[in-house]
Write a new protein. Sequence first.
Length: 122
Amino acid sequence: MIRAVALGLAVLAAPVMAATPDAALQKLLAGKHAEAPRRCIMPDLTAQPRIIDGRAMVYWRGRTTYDGSFKGGCSQLRADRTVITTMNNGQLCANDPARVVQAGASSGFGFCTFDGFTPYRK
């Protein structure tokens, strides 16, 4: 089953505020250790994904946090924008596109491509 999912509204409700995107990501991953990167994940759609400006989407599944990075970064990715992905069988995978649009509008800023997902656990 293919399903398109807009992830921006939850992201807007809980932005990560930090001096830099790297600092924001480190704050979310504090006290956790990285495991081997995964090609695909099944994100918990009830949990709020977080945008790390220009760099990544962070997802959760149970007690695992996933750093969903993009190939070459994603300069159009910002906390005030919406990300639309298409999942196959409930999974997000490396090479899947993510469309970045203005929240509440249909105007787009382009596509970014997921590079993979690094799981972090305590």
